[in-house]
Unconditional design. Structure first.
Length: 171
């Protein structure tokens, strides 16, 4: 599990506790024919949620995990404070399949779009149904909308837990 250490620069601390692993209880709403389903989801965040590609001219902003060193990004850090809210609202609306092995949720806030890329997999941990790994999150730099297929998070959660394929509706 990744528990991010505080980033300190010029005697100022930037806590990353909001990006520590957590258990999210996701409840898929009941329908006319099916009861509500509750999933225990372990949520884990990557350092890409608060860093950018390493800038060697700014070594005082280096931040590392056990795989790589990147540059702490104050903008991404501030936006990362929305990630828990974005995750808790995945059940509303759609997410988009990127055409790779991950999904994308776009949250509009203050006239800008915040992209959150994640994977979802079945968990082997006792008492945990799924693991959601937030790979990256940043402000959208392109003006276009995602060209990937859209799908409800409830379908992804159900199919992932049941080891079923995920069929995406093409846009």
């Amino acid at each position: 599990m990744i528990y991010w250490k505080v980033f300190r620069i010029q005697e100022k601390d930037f806590s990353l506790e909001h990006l520590h692993p957590k258990i999210w209880i996701y409840e898929q709403a009941a329908t006319d024919t099916k009861p509500a389903i509750q999933y225990r989801v372990r949520v884990i965040f990557s350092l890409h949620c608060f860093t950018v590609m390493r800038d060697e001219t700014k070594p005082d902003l280096d931040y590392s995990d056990d795989r790589e060193t990147r540059t702490f990004c104050f903008d991404r850090y501030e936006w990362s404070k929305l990630l828990n809210e974005v995750i808790e609202n995945l059940g509303e609306g759609y997410v988009y399949h990127t055409g790779r092995q991950n999904f994308l949720r776009v949250r509009s806030a203050s006239g800008v779009e915040y992209e959150v890329f994640f994977t979802l997999m079945k968990s082997n941990e006792k008492g945990i149904d799924l693991q959601l790994y937030v790979q990256s999150a940043y402000l959208r730099t392109r003006g276009n909308t995602p060209k990937a297929g859209k799908i409800r998070f409830s379908v992804i959660a159900h199919n992932t837990k049941a080891n079923k394929p995920i069929n995406v509706h093409k846009r």
